[in-house]
Design a protein around this ligand. Structure first.
Ligand code: FAD
Ligand code: FES
Length: 363
């Protein structure tokens, strides 16, 4: 018992000291004006020290991807800090490979500006913009997924690659937060950004989006993301998604058939039950017009009484395994939960798709 008291007392002292240090740093330490140098003089900035690198860049309209809103839990805000970033923190190491640490890659949300700091930011990220838009329509796709369509105001056009995402600004009791959502509308709809949003009970971003009504204003940054489609139409495209992982697939497929009406593309979409099915009729209609488009939906749960289903059953990686021949030049785009991505990746690699031709976003 005495031992437990001692541990509890020690724990309390550590918490109090840590809180004291945070408060002291916040209110007493003045780092003064620090220099923030981007890409060796390309964009020199001067700013008040003491904030995170992510927040300081945002304040200067440089929008680094930050899917978790700066909580240090997504690993998306990686940039190279050549000097002035201090040592790598334990909160960063789970997201950095040894190679990245050696190359001075850091999580911008964990690095605090305390002195002059020198960073490298890829050109593409310097071109990310802040958009204002208006909700044009909202529609229930399933019991938990909504399609939300925005018309852009300022700027009034977006240049996106299919598979990219935006970060929506959502209000929270602790101030505004950002959450990542893939763009579901095709790249040729330049004035529109459409999303498929699954509600997470109690979730800040998804609840905010589900409560939006026609005419409401929204703010977001983007586009972000590493998906790059092979421009050679002889390379087949394989899209695999589950749940709201449909959004980037919808964008990719409509963009493909706008540009290459004869290109071969496979869509594998995993659902638990019939209640999770959406866009199937639209894709069947598209496949009628484009015979090289193959649509495969699979249900993983048993059918309920009286339910009828003539598509695939079982997990979606099994449907991909069954339908795809090996040895065909292909590129693949996957979106969904980590276990699905892992299982599908194994199948696709067995079919001969190279790891560098498999792009994925886990969510
Ligand atoms: C690149 C990328 C693209 C994405 N695209 C989409 C998209 O197109 N559509 C979409 O709906 N979402 C998408 N997401 C997920 C989205 O960014 C949010 O993480 C999700 O909407 C939850 O945010 P929230 O603010 O509602 O919940 P939070 O307020 O962040 O979390 C509330 C609680 O729910 C838990 N939680 C968070 N996420 C989940 C989850 N997925 N399932 C169960 N519990 C959870 C948290 O741990 C927390 O306890 C994407 C994520 C990434 C990284
Ligand atoms: S913003 Fe998510 S880890 Fe930095």
């Amino acid at each position: 018992m005495e031992y437990l008291y001692a541990v509890a007392a020690f724990g309390s002292i550590v918490v109090i000291l840590s809180a004291g240090l945070i408060v002291a740093e916040r209110f007493l330490v003045n780092y003064g004006i620090c220099k923030l140098d981007i890409n060796a003089g390309e964009k020199p900035l001067e700013l008040e020290g003491g904030r995170t690198l992510l927040a300081s860049l945002y304040a200067n309209e440089i929008f680094i991807p930050s899917a978790c809103g700066g909580k240090g839990s997504c690993g998306h805000c990686k940039i190279t800090v050549n000097s002035g970033g201090g040592p790598v923190l334990p909160t960063e190491t789970p997201y950095l490979t040894r190679q990245e640490v050696r190359a001075n890659v850091r999580l911008a949300c964990q690095v605090k500006i305390r002195e002059d700091i020198y960073v490298r930011i890829p050109e593409e990220l310097l071109n990310v913009k802040l958009f204002t838009a208006t909700v044009e329509s909202t529609k229930d796709l399933t019991y938990d997924i909504k399609e939300i369509r925005f018309r852009l105001n300022d700027p009034d056009e977006i240049s996106q690659r299919p598979g990219q995402y935006v970060q929506i600004q959502a209000p929270s009791p602790d101030g505004d937060v950002f959450r990542a959502y893939s763009i579901s509308s095709p790249a040729y709809e330049k004035n529109i950004v459409e999303l498929n949003v699954r509600i997470v009970p109690g979730g800040i971003g998804s609840t905010y989006l589900h409560n939006l009504n026609e005419g409401d204003p929204v703010v977001f940054t983007g586009p972000y993301g590493e998906f790059v489609m092979n421009e050679d139409p002889s390379v087949e495209i394989v899209c695999v998604g589950g749940g709201c992982g449909m959004a980037p697939m919808n964008n990719i497929i409509h963009t493909i058939y706008d540009r290459w009406p004869d290109r071969t593309c496979w869509l594998f979409f995993g659902c638990r039950g019939t209640q999770d099915i959406f866009y199937l009729d639209e894709f069947k209609a598209l496949a009628e017009k484009h015979p090289n488009f193959h649509v495969v939906y699979a249900l993983s749960d048993k059918l309920g009484e009286g339910e009828v289903w003539d598509g695939e059953t079982g997990f979606i990686h099994l449907a991909a395994d069954k339908n795809l021949e090996a040895g065909v030049p292909r590129q693949a785009f996957l979106c969904g939960p980590p276990l699905m991505i892992e299982a599908v990746t194994r199948v696709l690699e067995d079919k001969g798709i190279l790891p560098e031709d498999i792009f994925y976003d886990e969510f």
